[in-house]
Design a protein around this ligand. Structure first.
Ligand code: PLP
Length: 404
C-alpha cells in the first residue's frame, strides 16, 4: 500500500477542522481507525450480535468463534506460546490493575519491593502504590537523566533479593524514549524478579515478540494500535497466570459454583469475568491484520522519517525546548515554548486544524522532574506526512507570534 492508499483507509483524516484540513498528531492518546476495524464493529452488531461462550445457538457460536479467532491472531501478533496466555482486558490500565492486584496478593509481602521508573504513566504508578500499601511492600523508582533516559546503573543498584517485580514502560508516552527492556528483563531475572512491560506505546510502532523479550507480563490497549477503545490485552506466562488468583469474580471465570465453594475456570477465562467487549475484541484482530498489511518495515521507516524531520525543524525555532532527547526514540515529540503555556499553544494549533495534546500526559512526576507544568506533544502514526509536519511548524511559528 502507498501512503495515499493507506490514508484512504482512514476516512476521519479527510475532514476539515476549524476550516482547515485536519492534521492529527495525537496518536499517542489514541490512534485513528481504518475502515476494516469500523466495518468489523458494524458487522458484529448488524449480523451476529450475541453473547459468547455460553450459547448453543448459531449466532452465539459465530460470535464465540470470531472472538476466539481474535485471541489466536493476538497470540501470533506478540508470539505467545499459547493462546490462553492472551487475556482480554479493558486496556493497558485494566491489565496493570489485574496484575498488581492478583500478583500482589499472591507474591508481595511486607518489605518486598516493586520497581518502576520516573517516566511511568500514572497507570503504571498508582496500581503499584495501592497494592504496595495494602501488602506493606515498597515502591522504588529508577531515576532518569536530563535527556529523559533511565540511569541504568541506578536500576542495577535497586535490584535486590527484595525485588519481586519490575514494571516498566517500553516507550515513554511523554518523551518517546525507548527503554532497553530486553537487557532490563535479563538483569531482573538474574535476581529472581518478574517483569511487566507496559507496551501501550510500543505495539503501534514496532513488532513485539514476548518469547524473545522473555517478559513475564506485557500489557497494551487496542485503541492505540488502530483498534477500538475499551479493549486491551494482558499477556502472561502460563505458569505464572496459573499460580495467580482470579482478579474479579463473576460469570465465565468459574467452573462450578455452590454457596459453600466455587472452583475457578482454566486460563484464559479465570481472568475474564463477565461479558466482555465482544465487538471490540473481534475488531482488534482487524487492527492487527491492518498493521501487518501495512508492514512494520514501512511503519518504522515512515515514523523514523517523520520524527527526524520534525525534530530538526522544531529545534530551529527560537524559544522551543524539546523535552526528551534520547538518541533512541519513537515518534513522539514533547516540547515547551519559552514564555507561553502549553495549553495556549495547543488551543491556537487547534484553531489551525492541528490536533496535539497538551498537559502532563498522565506523567506528573516526570513534569516535576523537568520543573514544568506540562508540554505540547505531537505524536505521529504511519499515516502522517512530511507535508503535515511543514504545516505544523508554520502553525507553531504563527502561534508564537500571536502569543508574544
Ligand atoms: N501506559 C502508557 C505508556 C500510556 O501511554 C497509556 C495511555 O496513554 C496507558 C498506559 C494507559 O492506557 P489506557 O488508558 O488505554 O488504559
Amino acid at each position: 500500500m502507498t501512503l495515499a492508499e493507506i490514508r484512504k483507509q482512514f476516512p476521519i483524516l479527510e475532514q476539515q477542522v476549524n476550516g482547515k484540513p485536519l492534521i492529527y498528531f495525537d496518536n499517542g492518546a489514541t490512534a485513528q481507525k481504518p475502515l476494516a476495524v469500523i466495518h468489523s464493529i458494524d458487522d458484529y452488531y448488524q449480523k451476529y450480535n450475541s453473547n459468547i461462550h455460553r450459547g448453543v445457538h448459531h449466532l452465539s457460536q459465530l460470535a464465540t468463534n470470531r472472538y476466539e479467532e481474535s485471541r489466536d491472531i493476538l497470540q501470533k501478533f506478540v508470539n505467545a506460546r499459547k493462546n490462553y496466555e492472551i487475556i482480554f482486558t479493558a486496556g493497558t490500565t485494566g491489565g496493570i490493575n489485574l496484575v498488581a492486584s492478583s500478583f500482589g496478593k499472591k507474591f508481595l509481602d511486607k518489605g518486598d519491593e516493586v520497581i518502576i521508573s520516573a517516566m511511568e504513566h500514572h497507570s503504571n504508578i498508582v496500581p503499584w502504590q495501592m497494592i504496595c500499601e495494602e501488602r506493606g511492600a515498597n515502591l522504588r523508582v529508577i531515576p532518569i537523566n536530563d535527556k529523559g533516559e533511565l540511569i541504568y546503573e541506578e536500576y542495577i543498584k535497586l535490584l535486590s533479593h527484595r525485588t519481586k517485580l519490575v514494571a516498566i514502560t517500553h516507550i515513554s508516552n511523554t518523551m518517546g524514549t525507548i527503554n532497553p527492556v530486553r537487557k532490563m528483563i535479563v538483569n531482573a531475572h538474574e535476581i529472581g524478579a518478574k517483569v511487566l512491560i507496559d507496551a501501550a506505546q510500543s505495539v503501534p510502532h514496532m513488532k513485539l515478540d514476548v518469547q524473545e523479550l522473555d517478559c513475564d507480563f506485557l500489557v497494551f490497549s487496542a485503541h492505540k494500535m488502530f483498534g477500538p477503545t475499551g479493549v486491551g490485552v494482558l499477556y502472561g506466562k502460563e505458569e505464572l497466570l496459573n499460580e495467580m488468583p482470579p482478579y474479579q469474580g463473576g460469570g465465565d471465570m468459574i467452573k462450578e459454583v455452590t454457596f459453600e465453594k466455587t472452583t475457578y475456570n482454566c486460563l484464559p477465562h479465570k481472568f475474564e469475568a463477565g461479558t466482555p467487549n465482544i465487538a471490540g475484541g473481534i475488531a482488534t484482530a482487524e487492527a492487527v491484520k491492518f498493521m501487518n498489511e501495512v508492514g512494520f518495515d514501512f511503519i518504522e521507516h515512515q515514523e523514523h522519517e517523520l520524527l527526524t524531520y520534525a525534530t530538526k525543524r522544531l529545534s530551529e525555532i527560537e524559544g522551543v525546548r524539546i523535552i526528551g532527547t534520547s538518541s533512541n526514540k519513537a515518534s513522539v515529540i514533547s516540547f515547551v515554548v519559552a514564555g507561553t503555556h502549553p495549553f495556549d499553544v495547543g488551543t491556537l494549533l487547534d484553531q489551525m486544524g492541528i490536533a496535539v495534546r497538551t498537559g502532563h500526559h498522565c506523567t506528573q512526576p516526570l513534569m516535576n522532574f523537568f520543573g514544568i507544568p506540562g508540554t505540547i506533544r505531537a505524536s505521529f502514526a504511519f499515516y502522517n506526512t512530511k507535508e503535515e509536519v511543514d504545516v505544523f511548524i508554520a502553525a507553531i511559528k504563527k502561534a508564537i507570534m500571536m502569543l508574544s
